[in-house]
Design a protein around this ligand. Structure first.
Ligand SMILES: NC(=O)C1=CN([C@@H]2O[C@H](COP(=O)(O)OP(=O)(O)OC[C@H]3O[C@@H](n4cnc5c(N)ncnc54)[C@H](O)[C@@H]3O)[C@@H](O)[C@H]2O)C=CC1
Ligand SMILES: O=C(CO)COP(=O)(O)O
Length: 333
């Protein structure tokens, strides 16, 4: 079998390494020719996963045509804000009847579309039955190091999810299938915003009680939005909901939590982002969350405060006071 991964950042490279267990060849597309060359010759992605061996079956290229040629499975692993542009360039070479799995965790700013909705928007209808999403607690570094990792693969079409599940099954990578494409994607995208909030609390030195409260109430607001959009509430207590939320709000490897910690320490967003090579999806998704909240009339109080701190210069301490002194409520409302 031959697979293609579009996006040679940390997660794309890590997933290419997983696919290389069951595939004879994995084409890995990226924009950086020097990086592609290094992956092919030294079998290491020194830019994103330094020191971790990458299978020689992974063949990096800057040509979408070469990466996608003969692929029986396509993974899209560029950040969500780049997905529309990348898929439009990939379309002429996109194989028919091959699952197309998006792994980006974000909601497009301008359209408020999830990644599978965006793919349906960009691709001719004949591709739609092959669209799937992979999400769950999966730091790229651990995945690339072949540490045990378990995720969810969702598709409206059971057969497609099962095909992806089989291709990715290894001794250290396991997945569960789902048809709740909506719940899986809102869980994956919104947990990044809540992880920024958890980082802010940590940056302010607010302790474990505050972190646990943010995770729990964060899950409540993610679930509220996902259910309003047609998701199954049980999905949000699964791998792509609570699982990924806990990982990202507590894990030292999280980029979103890192952004939050620096905001909590009083640094400005642009300054924090300028120091980072990798994407922190929650920054853009905070804006989508705020707009979605207004559009569909669902309260997302933690996401709103993250937006205000990151984009409007609100003081993190003032945001905490505002959250703590909201109108008293019943927990289950
Ligand atoms: N790193 C992780 O642990 C995980 C990441 N993800 C998701 O995977 C997606 C990709 O994340 P990472 O690989 O971690 O990001 P990264 O920052 O490590 O790499 C991003 C890659 O996309 C490329 N890129 C950026 N903008 C582009 C554009 N406009 N056009 C073409 N290529 C562009 C970069 O050159 C780089 O190769 C994100 O949505 C992220 O939330 C999902 C699960 C785990
Ligand atoms: O999505 C992730 C793990 O599942 C990675 O989280 P960060 O983008 O915050 O590093």
């Amino acid at each position: 079998m031959r697979a293609a991964v579009i996006g040679s950042g940390s997660f794309g490279t890590a997933l290419a390494n997983v696919l290389a267990v069951n595939c004879e060849q994995v084409g890995l597309w990226g924009r950086d020719a020097a990086l592609a060359d290094a992956i092919n010759t030294r079998h290491e992605n020194s830019g994103y996963l330094p020191g971790i061996p990458i299978s020689p079956r992974v063949q990096a290229t800057t040509s979408l045509k070469v990466a996608l040629e003969g692929a029986e499975m396509v993974v899209l692993a560029t950040p969500s804000h780049a997905t529309r542009d990348v898929i439009s360039h990939a379309l002429p070479y996109l194989p028919k009847h091959a699952p197309i799995i998006t792994v980006a965790k974000g909601i497009e700013n301008e359209t408020l579309l999830t990644m599978t909705e965006l793919l349906e928007d960009c691709l001719p209808e004949e591709y739609h039955p092959y669209i799937a999403v992979l999400s769950g607690p999966s730091f790229a570094k651990e995945l690339a190091q072949r540490m045990p990792t378990v995720v969810t693969i969702a598709s409206h079409w059971d057969k497609v999810a099962v095909r992806c599940q089989k291709a990715l099954q290894t001794e250290t990578f396991r997945s569960y299938t789902s048809n709740d494409v909506v719940g899986v994607q809102y869980g994956g995208a919104l947990k990044n915003v809540i992880a920024i909030a958890a980082g802010i609390a940590d940056g302010l030195g607010m302790g474990h009680n505050a972190r646990a409260a943010i995770i729990t109430r964060g899950l409540a607001e993610i679930t509220r939005l996902a259910v309003r959009k047609g998701g199954n509430p049980l999905t949000l207590s699964g791998l792509s909901g609570m699982g990924d939320l806990v990982l990202t709000c507590t894990g030292e490897l999280s980029r979103n939590r890192h952004v939050g910690m620096e905001l909590g320490r009083g640094r400005a967003l642009q300054e924090i982002l300028a120091d980072m090579k990798q994407v922190a999806e929650g920054v853009k998704t905070a804006k989508s969350a705020r707009d979605l909240s207004r559009k569909v009339g669902v309260e997302l109080p933690i996401c709103d405060q993250v937006y205000a701190i990151a984009y409007e210069g609100k003081s993190a301490r003032a945001a905490v006071v505002e959250l703590m002194t909201r109108q008293p409520k019943s927990e289950l409302v």
